[in-house]
Write a protein that binds this ligand. Sequence first.
Ligand SMILES: [Zn+2]
Length: 338
Amino acid sequence: MRGTVLYGPGDVRFEERADPRILRPTDAVIRTVVTCVCGSDLWAYRGTDPVTGPTPMGHEYVGIVEEVGSEVTNVKPGQFVIGSFATSDNTCPHCRAGYQSSCVHREFMSTCQAEYVRIPNAHGTLVATDDLPAEEFLPSLLALSDVMGTGWWAAKAAEVEPGSTAVVVGDGAVGLCGVIAAKELGAERIIAMSRHESRQKLAVAFGATDVVAERGADGIARIKDLTDGVGADSVLECVGTKESMQQAIASTRPGGNVGFVGVPHDVAVDGQELFFSHVGLRGGPAPVRAYLPDLIDRVLTGRINPGKVFDLTLPLDQVAEGYKAMDERRAVKTLLTP
Ligand SMILES: [Zn+2]
């Protein structure tokens, strides 16, 4: 089979790789139906995260089960399945507490931009749909594998409640899905922080009531203006830089909460500032597995359409162009079809 390998900054290749096979009784092998490039893949593509050797890429997937190990009884060959970017047994204490992305058997997926994928912990990770979904649902179902699940977690971690005011920092795919999540969880006012017109439009289509283009101190001042000087109840931090985290904390009212889901790069939080802010912080890799059944239902009933974040579709063998388009901000997110 063929799969995507990153050799160094800007050097993405689609090449022959060994066919994945069952290595443990809890594994499954799936045939990829659609996959995609994640904003977080760009950290390595741009050289911000070091690449020490040829690295298989991709952690988002939906597919058809080809083969299962002897201990996998929840799914069977021929079924359409979705799973999280972080695999889990779904039975350990952390899984039972709703933190499947901290499962004691967790393995992060990293080979999904390929024709076939081995899924470790398939017994606790994969969720099958009742039927083969119609093609129109595929982008949104794929989005559940990471960006929509992560946006949902950001809103949950920031404790978005009916009637509340939510701010979303970051207009990438996760931030845009965070807008969807805030709306579904009942936020009355949703302020999207975005400087890009096409992304602003999508944020509004997803339920944002206000858009703030300013950043830093100006952005914080605008949020304060829009909230009668109080600050927001919930802030979804969907970037992962020092600036975005500071902006998130300073935009939150005393007693409010920040959900931070952007993978932190050089983020430092000042202890005194945090202490006197009275702001709650919760973040980390999203426990997507916990949300999958509910989110699959919301997609298949047409309540949410997170697949709209894909604004470029390419054949999987043109994956390199998919990275390039996202790196140059010509695309928010690239869908890849084998
Ligand atoms: Zn577990």
